[in-house]
Design a protein around this ligand. Structure first.
Ligand SMILES: [Fe+2]
Length: 308
C-alpha cells in the first residue's frame, strides 16, 4: 500500500525587513506575479495553479522562514496526516477552514525541530495553468538543514509519508505523491535552518535567461549554472533581497515507484567537479554563508495566527 503523504510544496511564507522592496524584486526580476497585498504582507503566484507560492511578511528581526505549506489531495489525507502528526507527539492545531489568502482546509504544526509547517487542501487555486517562458511555475523543492538529521528524516518519512529516493554527500532527497524526484531535501549542518528555496522554471532556456536577468539586476550567480547528479536538475543559486537564498531550477527528473535509491558512493564526481556537466565553478563564500543563515521563526504554528 502506498503511504499517505502530501503532493509537494504549495507555498512558503518568509519574513523580511523591507517587504515592499523585496516585492518589487520578486515581481519584476524573479518574475512572479503579485496577487494579493494586505498591510505589510504580499502574496505571489507562479504559472502553475497554486493560489500563491510565496508570501512575504514584515520581519522585526533578521530574514526568517515563517512556514512551509504542503499540498494535500483531499480532506481525508489532511485528516489522516493530522492524526499521524499528533501521534508523533508534535504540537498541531486541528484541521479547519482557513481564512488567510488561498483559504482551503488544513492545519499548522511544529515538527521535531520546531519548524512551522502546514498541510492544506481545497485551496482557492487558479484554473487553466500554463507555462510562460522565463517565469517560475511553482516551488520545486525546499532544502532544509537539520540539527538532528536522523530525527528529521524519520519525521518526514514515517509521519509525513515521504520516501528517501537518493542520498548524495550530506543531502537526503525526499519524494512524495507527485512525479518530481524530490520536494524536500534535508542536510545536516548542526542548525535547523533553511538551505534554500528552489523555484521551477519551465525549461533550461528560462533558467539561463533568469540567470542573466539576475546578473543584470545586481544579483550575481552564487553557484551555477550546472546540472545536479541526484534529481538531474539544472541549477543557478542566488542571494535574493536581504540575502535570502533562492534557486532557479529546471528539468527536474520525473520518477515513479520504480525509481531506484542510490547512496553517496554512487553520487561521486572526479576531484574538482561539482556538477554533471563539469562547468560550474565552486560555491561562492557568500553562498556558503547564506545557505545556513535563515532560521524558522519561533512564532505560533497556527495558520490563523498571522502576524504573530
Ligand atoms: Fe536545490
Amino acid at each position: 500500500m502506498k503511504p499517505i503523504t502530501v503532493r509537494g510544496v504549495r507555498s512558503v511564507d518568509i519574513e523580511l525587513n523591507e517587504p515592499g522592496r523585496a516585492a518589487e524584486f520578486y515581481a519584476n526580476t524573479w518574475n512572479l506575479t503579485e496577487i494579493e497585498r494586505s498591510g505589510e504582507s504580499i502574496w505571489f503566484r507562479g504559472t502553475a495553479s497554486h493560489h500563491h507560492i510565496l508570501a512575504i511578511h514584515r520581519s522585526r528581526g533578521p530574514a526568517a522562514l515563517r512556514r512551509i505549506t504542503f499540498d494535500a489531495a483531499d480532506r481525508d489525507i489532511v485528516d489522516a496526516l493530522h492524526k499521524k502528526v499528533v501521534e508523533s507527539g508534535c504540537a498541531a492545531e486541528s484541521p479547519h477552514e482557513i481564512s488567510v489568502p488561498g483559504e482551503g482546509y488544513g492545519f499548522g504544526f511544529a515538527d521535531v525541530e520546531n519548524r512551522n509547517l502546514a498541510i492544506v487542501c481545497d485551496a482557492r487555486d487558479h484554473s487553466a495553468p500554463a507555462d510562460v517562458s522565463d517565469r517560475p511555475r511553482k516551488i520545486a523543492h525546499i532544502n532544509i538543514n537539520a540539527a538532528q538529521i536522523e530525527k528529521t528524516n524519520r519525521f518526514f518519512t514515517e509521519v509525513l509519508g515521504f520516501r528517501c529516493v537518493d542520498h548524495s554527500g550530506p543531502l537526503y532527497f525526499l519524494h512524495c505523491d507527485n512525479s518530481d524526484h524530490s520536494s524536500i531535501v534535508t542536510g545536516q549542518t548542526g542548525k535547523p535552518t533553511l538551505n534554500h528555496v528552489s523555484f521551477e522554471m519551465p525549461d533550461l532556456e528560462s533558467c539561463m535567461r533568469g540567470g542573466g536577468r539576475m546578473r543584470d539586476a545586481g544579483y550575481p550567480i552564487e553557484w551555477g549554472p550546472g546540472r545536479h547528479g541526484a534529481g538531474n536538475n539544472v541549477f543557478c543559486y542566488f542571494a535574493g533581497p536581504e540575502e535570502f537564498p533562492i534557486e532557479y531550477t529546471a528539468e527536474v527528473l520525473q520518477i515513479d515507484d520504480g525509481y531506484e535509491f542510490h547512496g553517496p558512493d554512487y553520487w561521486k564526481w572526479p576531484p574538482g567537479r561539482l556538477d554533471r556537466w563539469g562547468i560550474t565553478p565552486p560555491h561562492t563564500a557568500r553562498w556558503k554563508r547564506i545557505q545556513d543563515m535563515v532560521f524558522f521563526t519561533s512564532g505560533s504554528y497556527r495558520l490563523s495566527c498571522s502576524p504573530f
